[in-house]
Design a protein around this ligand. Sequence first.
Ligand SMILES: [Zn+2]
Ligand SMILES: [Zn+2]
Length: 140
Amino acid sequence: MKSRRPRSQDKVLKLLKQQNSELSAQQVYMQLRGTDHPLGLATVYRALEGLKLSGTVQARLLANGETLYSLTQADRHHLTCVQCGNSIALQDEECPVHALEQQLQRSSQFQIYYHTLEFFGLCVPCQKQQNEPQPKAKMT
Ligand SMILES: [Zn+2]
Ligand SMILES: [Zn+2]
């Protein structure tokens, strides 16, 4: 046996790696449905839960109650607009929390899998909407 991981988890993991983005359980299910060996939705949920418990995958709960899953290696942080709900991924490779994470792991002996860091506010289009009620006339 190469891996202790169940096949269903392998499949879900492979998909998350391929997509390189956050996916909901429903999206994972839909994507796998087109393959030779599709998984049932309940199996997808179980696989995601298993991957989460092993620290391979992290879950992010959106304001609308939907949970998005992504690989924990992808240390991605977001700017989330409270008005339109748009979520913009920060491309920052140097995460300031990493140093803190290592420090905490040493001091607390806690095995940290991942951390989350989110920023909430208004996106540019929503700011414009609030500040300028009239449509902007473009002068040339
Ligand atoms: Zn917005
Ligand atoms: Zn980070």
